[in-house]
Write a protein that binds this ligand. Structure first.
Ligand SMILES: *Cc1c(COP(=O)(O)O)cnc(C)c1O
Length: 420
């Protein structure tokens, strides 16, 4: 049976967001009427080209950038890969400096580069998830092709001092890139007043459709394309443009820029109420990440003596969507690399659940979680071997716990059948 979003409490907006109705409306004509190729010379093409350029202006306006500095891509992952690859190619240098808590769209390409002989430094973070600029200063040198530090972390929401790091890199003549996928629309960004050279963003995290992203490339920054083909995007990214999605992305950025502070203040209030009430109603809960230097929409909470996967499963049964970090690691029992880098014990990291809100959420959503969650945690703790006097048992048998949990689940569905 399909689950309708109407029945859902969706608190996983750092994974993806709903397409805003205004965004869909803006896209429609470009899927029905204006389907020409924007590169074609006739008017049926050039009117489509105009739609793409208008979107470019709207995205640039949100970032305080020049439209000529925006290159459309297919996703945040592509933008990140393109930035790192280009920096290595144009500088001919063989060192990359990044952090241990980046999204897999930076970590994995960097690990692959390492295998190819590139030196990669994965900088540590503090226990509250924040990054010490002194660590960056130690690592960035004249052998460095690029320093890439995310603007805000997708798992904890922690914000990094990217403008300070960008300035440091500029002084040392090193290119600076930031994965700003989570920061865009949640905190103000003015690229005219900082020294960021390259910045990645993506549509589907701000109420545009999936499959469209952008790379900001500061004017006069040397660039070598990763996708080589036609002359689209001034030769910086080949491939016929995803026109309708680009138009939607532009509209989404325009919407995000309007009353941004007011909207984020409302989201922050919802997030804070959710977080404070969880802390008040459930014992042995910890917030992961600095509570002030943080995006307004994200809370990452560790529930001791439980497995996040079990919590998520029971939340899902109650039609509540949350996550245990990044969508890319869901399903694996490995604790999050972000929480590990923050020094959490594996046991505590495995109990971490991320709730990420958006402008679409309401007080009712928060109420629903607060109604359901304490019972879920209590039930899971009752069957946990770690609970009650077993706190120091680090050799928690995950398989046995999972088996016990599944057994409980099957008993439950049997009794559901019996009472049906
Ligand atoms: C979602 C996300 C990405 C990847 O975006 P895709 O559209 O999946 O390629 C990259 N970085 C961060 C911080 C993200 O949250």
């Amino acid at each position: 049976m399909k689950l309708s979003p109407k029945d859902l409490v969706y608190l996983d907006n750092n994974a993806t967001t709903a397409v805003a109705p205004e965004v869909f409306e803006a896209m429609k004509p470009f899927l029905t009427e204006f389907w020409g190729n924007p590169s074609s010379a006739y008017r049926f093409g050039s009117q489509v080209h105009a739609g793409v350029e208008e979107a470019r202006e709207k995205i640039a306006a949100l970032l305080g950038a020049d439209p000529k500095e925006i290159i459309f891509t297919s996703c945040g992952t592509e933008s990140n890969n393109a930035a790192i690859n280009s920096a290595l190619e144009v500088t001919g240098k063989k060192k990359v400096v990044t952090t241990a808590v980046e999204h897999s769209a930076i970590i994995n390409p960097c690990e692959r580069l390492q295998k190819k002989g590139i030196e990669v430094v994965f900088l540590p973070v503090r226990s509250d998830g924040t990054l010490d600029v002194a660590e960056v200063a130690k690592a960035v040198d004249d052998r460095t092709a690029v320093c890439s530090v995310m603007w805000a972390n997708n798992e904890t929401g922690v914000i990094f001092p990217v403008e300070e790091i960008a300035a440091l890199c500029k002084r040392r003549g090193v290119l600076f890139h930031t994965d700003a996928v989570q920061a865009i629309s949640k905190i103000p960004i003015h690229l005219k007043t900082n020294q960021v050279d390259m910045l990645s963003l993506v549509g589907h995290k701000l109420h545009a459709p999936k499959g469209v992203g952008a790379l900001y490339l500061r004017r006069r920054t040397r660039f070598a394309p990763t996708l080589v083909g036609g002359h689209q995007e001034r030769g910086k990214r080949g491939g016929t443009e995803n026109v309708a999605s680009i138009v939607g992305f532009g509209r989404a950025c325009e919407l995000a820029g309007a009353q941004m502070t007011e909207k984020n203040t409302r989201v922050r209030a919802l997030r804070d109420r959710l977080e404070n009430e969880i802390l008040a109603r459930i014992p042995d809960v910890y917030v992961n990440g600095h509570r002030d230097l943080r995006l307004p929409n994200t809370t990452n909470v560790a529930f001791d003596f439980v497995e996040a996967e079990a919590v998520l499963l029971l939340l899902d049964k109650a039609d509540i969507c949350a996550s245990s970090g990044s969508a890319c690691t869901t399903g694996s029992l490995d604790p999050s690399h972000v929480l590990k880098a923050m020094g959490l014990t594996p046991a505590r990291a495995r109990g971490a659940v991320r709730f990420s809100l958006s402008v679409d959420n309401t007080d009712r959503d928060v109420d629903r979680v607060l109604e359901i969650l304490p019972g879920i945690i209590q039930r899971l703790r009752e069957i946990s071997p770690l609970h009650h006097g077993h706190r120091d048992n680090e050799k928690y048998d995950v398989e046995a716990a999972r088996a016990r949990f599944e057994q409980e689940q099957s008993h439950e569905s049997e009794s559901e059948v019996a009472t049906a």
